[in-house]
Design a protein around this ligand. Sequence first.
Ligand code: F6R
Length: 606
Amino acid sequence: MCGIVGIIGEKGVAPDIIDALRRLEYRGYDSAGIATIENGHLERRRAEGKLRNLESRLLSEPLQGRTGIGHTRWATHGRPIERNAHPHMNGRVSVVHNGIIENFRELKAALEPKGYVFESDTDTEAIVHVITEELDQGATLEQAVKNALSRLHGAFALAIIFAGHDELMFAARQGSPLAIGHGTGEMYLGSDAIALAPFTNAITYLEDGDWAVLRRDGMQIYDRAGARVERPLVKSGASSLLVDKGNHRHFMAKEIYEQPEVISDTLANYIDMTTGTVNFPDLGIDLAKVPWVTLSACGTAYYAGLVAKYWIERYACVPVEIDIASEMRYREPPLGSGGISVFVSQSGETADTLATLRHAKAEGERVVSIVNVRTSTIARESDALLPTLAGPEIGVASTKAFTCQLAVLACLAIALGKARGVITAEAERDLVQALIEVPRHMSTILGNEKQFKAIAHDLSKARDVLYLGRGTSYPLALEGALKLKEISYIHAEGYAAGELKHGPIALIDENVPVIVVAPQDDLFDKTVSNLQEVAARGGQVILVSDAAPEKVGCKLAAHIALPVVSSFTNPLICAVPVQLLAYHTAVVMGTDVDQPRNLAKSVTVE
Ligand code: F6R
């Protein structure tokens, strides 16, 4: 995943930029580059592969500038070759970028006829030209950056420098993290505090929508609207390659907020952003001929699989058998005859999932795993690995790993549908576009944290909570209930909304909050009928939906507004509010959010 560094220093900054980039190597990358201001001019060096290649380049062609930006690139748009490596620049501006610019095709199409020449296949280069166009129209540097940011759609972190403006750097954050480091007579910028640990531990984290102007003696931060804002200065504990909590009180919060970035990273592994198509690795089996898919996992990972059942059956017309691993391993269902078995696991060490995988293998199935820890046993024992790029997940309650699992499973559904001729090229582009927009929509929800805190106060007083959902929102109801009970210790159950009247409706009274996950998909009206049944019995309905509250025709205790997205990606979007509700409730209850009682992160016993 891309790493960003920027330094305004007192001496030549290239060696320190390399040092900081080395500390970002753990994120994974395939090329690297650096640009500095040399006597007023922008100069850059880039190299494919490891940082040592960039270092040898710098040995033969050194850079002396005292202001510079650096980047480790993890390819999203365009192959990992030098031409696509960052920084991207023209004579006036140089940019490094982490994230995805969703509307780069539109921007490029508008800029090229005006004479702006693109030299790479990247989305990032559009930023260079958008800023330049603003300058050409007479904007000041600050105005150009601010205006350009308002023209970019997507999730991104940026560092920007300008020719002729030594000791000046701009930073911007929308979805992807960015930390400003305060030195003595020097300023730093990094994707995380770890990158800056050798220079400073005085850190200011930018918040979503923030952009900042850095000078050698300080900085100013502005919000999206251009108003000056203050962000706290924190002491980072990052002295080694330790994952820290950033600005957050808990790892779980940090991991929830990282989702726009890690979803971008994960999607970039399976999607060709340039063509808007799924670019799936060879699983060693002809996807066109796969007769069925078997899915198995535990806990939250199982719920990701359950969403995938709906997706694969709907978009690829392949039947899916799914079971929790602890049941499937002893049920020992007959498998084989050309099917694929997919195992989903964050840790890759879950004993039941591993045992089920071994059963599937013994039955002659093609074993594919979706795993976050690539060196894990499940990853190693699989015929094919589809990694999630969530990064280390420290909070015991799974959050970002879950949504990354959904991202991979969504791509698998498209790949299967495409191979079988069920999805047309146009439908594929629409589905892929919907996925590409997920990080931005997640950022929108994350930017509205206040409403979750208010509802959490009410939830914290409940003894029991019900979650309801239909279709792909049913697994989200299960996940919401699991998240709430594991970290707040409040009893919660998830039900398929249509199942309500077959039993659980007996639980409803005015003391039971009922959280209804109901995006406006083709099942919305059905779910609303169930919601009305709850309201008629005095239940406290909390609606999670992109529909206006008036649409449900009854009194709601609360409404969590979702952005309007494709029904395909609703599960990814709905994951964020159910995570935030659980998180804030646990905070109100004062529980040990990151290490809830009795739970382990890696369940290596059955
Ligand atoms: C819930 C949670 C667990 C895990 C389950 C499987 O928040 O984290 O339910 O999802 O223990 O673990 P992995 O994904 O490591 O196989």
